[in-house]
Design a protein around this ligand. Structure first.
Ligand code: AKG
Length: 420
């Protein structure tokens, strides 16, 4: 997380941590940040690396293969991921939207309806006392004086909370890390070579269209050898990634809805920033991959018309576009025939949540830990249907959501091991 959190309307000033660059050295992080933030005249975007068009940036990016035969947590089978490294920044990995149709909808709903609620701490706590029984989303949709509050939400902490006042994590402020998010980020980490990853701390950033995040490094975790996993949904960002010091000129990348960025190795402590959010599509429209009918199908198959969504067999349709070797996850407690027949709405509710419950079972089994339970509360959600999605769609058509997940402690000293 940045010491300077999202800067857009004065709610969170950019307190950009490390501006101490000696006079004779140029602060390229700041220079590039200002360049890409500029409104008039707008910057030239031709140098912004686009992982959707890797051939045009061949000198900068390099494809790498990831193994794996399971499609889990709303993600495609990992052997199908379009995964890249950035040559200038060792350890930085970029996965172009690996979400299955419907997967992004699930995580967006989680970020809007579920994560911004007590006991999680958010930026609004500094300004008001939030109803502990309601999420910010619920308050925002009610008729009271705080109607529209969601537009002022900038960040929410998950799991191990960071305290900006003392600029450190506080062990007494550890709440259950969301089980499903833990499962998904463990799955991602293990796919890229970190099978023992323990997601402990998360920050969900909510960027309005004018939102930015100043240049910073994330170095407060006591063990920096674990990757930072960053998931983005909604509007597109320009993301800057530099090096260990501000006098290394950062490269600019596009991060679009569904993209996953991983900072590991040297890149884990590299300077980075978000100077600009770019509106995609028409005014009240989300990015195409988040429109309800489009979001449920693969654009290659383009089977978006004339299909009864309720009867769609998600797994069959998806396997049609997946590699033949790609097995569907075994769902604990569900018989396979039944899981094959889940409807689109149930995809979120049933598949991802069942996988989370399985994960919780495995996590607890291995740690023998029941007290903190590693976020083992059931995450089963109410059904998400097209009608309900419309409410989320309005918000995501003017917002970028970023979930940033970290392991804080070295292995064996994770929060799991504190619960005796
Ligand atoms: O929004 C992003 O992509 C980056 C967020 C970030 O750098 C942070 O939370 O520290």
């Amino acid at each position: 997380m940045a010491d300077g959190t999202i800067d857009s309307d004065g709610l969170n000033a950019d307190l950009c941590s490390d501006k101490k660059v000696s006079r004779d050295r140029v602060d390229f992080v700041r220079e590039e940040y200002k360049r890409y933030k500029r409104k008039k005249p707008p910057p030239d975007f031709s140098e912004v690396i686009d992982f959707q068009d890797p051939t045009s940036f061949r000198g900068h990016v390099e494809k790498f293969e990831v193994g794996g035969i399971h499609s889990k947590f709303g993600l495609r089978c990992s052997s199908e991921w379009r995964a890249y490294k950035l040559k200038s920044c060792p350890g930085l990995m970029f996965i172009v939207n690996p979400f299955l149709p419907g997967g992004q909808h699930y995580w967006i709903k989680r970020c809007m309806e579920d994560f911004p609620r007590k006991p999680n701490v958010c930026n609004l706590d500094a300004h008001m006392t939030l109803d502990p029984e309601k999420s910010v989303w619920e308050i925002s949709n009610s008729s009271g004086e705080n109607r529209g509050l969601m537009d002022r939400l900038r960040w929410v902490h998950l799991g191990y909370h960071f305290d900006y006042n003392v600029v450190d994590y506080k062990p007494e402020r550890y709440y259950d890390f969301p089980l499903d998010l833990a499962g998904m980020t463990r799955h991602i980490a293990s796919t890229i070579g970190y099978p023992d990853y323990s997601p402990e701390a998360g920050i969900v950033n909510y960027y309005p269209l004018g939102g930015t995040m100043g240049g910073h490094t994330d170095h407060y975790e006591s063990d920096l050898s674990w990757p930072l996993i960053s998931l983005s949904f909604g509007q597109t960002a320009i993301f800057l990634i530099g090096g260990a010091t501000r006098d290394i000129r950062p490269e600019a990348l596009y991060i679009r809805s569904g993209d996953i960025l991983i900072m590991s190795g040297q890149s884990r402590t590299a300077f980075h920033a978000v100077p600009r959010i770019i509106k995609v599509g028409d005014e009240y429209e989300p990015p195409p991959c988040l429109k309800w009918p489009n979001g449920l199908f693969d654009d290659k198959t383009n089977k978006t018309t004339g299909v009864n969504l309720d009867e769609l067999d998600v797994r069959d349709k998806n396997t049609a576009i997946l590699d033949k070797n790609c097995a569907s996850t075994n769902i604990v407690g569900g018989n396979d025939t039944e899981s094959n027949k889940c409807s689109v709405e149930e995809f979120c509710n049933y598949k991802i949540c069942s996988e989370s419950e399985h994960f919780s079972f495995e996590a607890n089994k291995s740690s023998g830990c029941n007290k903190l339970d590693f976020g083992a509360k059931s995450t089963r959600m109410k059904s998400l249907n097209a009608e309900e999605w419309k409410k989320f769609e309005v918000y995501i058509s003017k917002t970028r959501i970023n979930i940033n997940v970290r392991q804080v402690h070295e292995q064996g000293k994770t929060m799991n091991s504190f619960c005796q």
